[in-house]
Design a protein around this ligand. Structure first.
Ligand code: ZN
Length: 345
């Protein structure tokens, strides 16, 4: 079976590659339909590693996927052949302490698609645990199904923030994840969400949503814009989605006294933090690593129409053009939000 294989840093190939595995009693076999390209896939392509995860052997990329069930294990009851589904790419050890606590995303034993040495899903068929495979309602397309994974991070951030109805939120960074966080914050009850970035094309895309206001920090200090929106009080919640050191240092000035900061973006290197600035307002700090127990909620919000992710899909390319799609993802970071790859029929 063909797959998109990252051979080593900077080298992709589309070639025959069989991911080892057999259909266990609690697994499903899925014909992959749509796979989104994530910043992490691109980072493995351009850098060969993320933190201590290093690509030492050829690895199949892709973890944002939807598809159709084509086979079920003997003990699977909630899915059947023909079901349209999306897949949660992180699989914990179900007997681990983290799983028992419901925080399976931080289970040290978790395996995650396209995180070395685990293969991803840019291949026509995958085997996946049924417990991490979710049926899509008829109203949710395969394209939207493949957006559930990045939106799940937004959901996790919104849940961590403990949003109260009418809150004002700030999102620093308008990459795909910042946009997902902004939309999840709105769906979670925020009245206004201010999104800040340097890239105007991306601000124009997210600024088209009702309830979202954009600040291009090339033109205006964010702290000034937030003061204007909140009458000088500060934002109830600040979601950090840029991973950029200056943004992180500036977080305390954006939040209201007693507000919350949710750290979503991942700086490549350690960054300085203004501890006294955090203490002086008694800010609550939350951190986000992937997500746990949010897929059902994410799918329900998309199905309800309260969250529309379709405007964030910049282009859809066929599987045969996967390598070109990745090269575009590297080059068009300022203008594209999400690129998706569609597998052959
Ligand atoms: Zn992703």
């Amino acid at each position: 079976m063909k797959a998109l294989v990252l051979e080593e840093k900077g080298k992709l190939s589309l070639r025959d590659f069989d991911i080892p595995g057999t259909l266990g009693p609690r697994d499903v076999r899925i014909k992959t339909h749509t796979v989104g390209i994530c910043g992490s896939d691109v980072h493995y392509y351009t850098h060969g590693k993320i933190g201590h995860f290093v690509v030492n052997a050829p690895m199949v990329l892709g973890h944002e996927a939807s598809g159709t069930v084509i086979g079920v294990g003997a003990e699977v009851t909630h899915l059947k052949a023909g079901d349209r589904v999306c897949m949660e790419p992180g699989i914990p050890d179900p007997t681990s302490r983290a799983s028992k606590l419901g925080i399976y995303n931080v289970d040290p034993a978790v395996t995650f698609w396209a995180t070395p040495p685990i293969h991803g899903c840019l291949t026509p068929e995958v085997i996946h645990p049924a417990a991490f495979t979710y049926k899509l309602p008829d109203s949710v397309s395969f394209a939207e199904g493949a957006m559930v994974e990045p939106f799940a991070i937004g959901m996790q951030a919104a849940l961590r923030a403990r949003i109260q109805p009418g809150d004002v939120a700030v999102v620093t960074g308008a990459g795909p994840i910042g946009m997902m966080v902004a939309l999840a914050a709105l769906a979670g009850g925020c009245a206004r969400v201010v999104v800040a970035d340097l890239a105007q094309p991306k601000l124009d895309i997210i600024g088209a949503y009702d309830g979202i206001e954009c600040v291009n920090i090339r033109n205006r200090p964010l702290v000034e814009a937030v003061a204007e929106v909140t009458d000088g009080w500060g934002a109830d919640i600040v979601f950090e989605c840029s991973g950029a050191a200056p943004a992180i240092l500036g977080l305390p000035a954006l939040a209201r006294p007693g507000g919350a900061i949710v750290l979503v973006g991942m700086p490549v290197d350690p960054v300085p933090v203004d501890i006294v600035g955090l203490q002086a307002k008694e800010l609550r700090i939350e951190t986000v690593f992937r997500y746990a127990n949010v897929y059902d909620r994410a799918i329900a919000l998309i199905a309800s129409g309260k969250v529309d992710l379709k405007p964030l899909i910049s282009a859809t390319l066929p599987f045969e053009d996967s390598i070109a799609a990745f090269d575009r993802a590297v080059e068009a970071r300022e203008t594209d939000v999400k690129l998706q790859i569609v597998m052959p029929e």
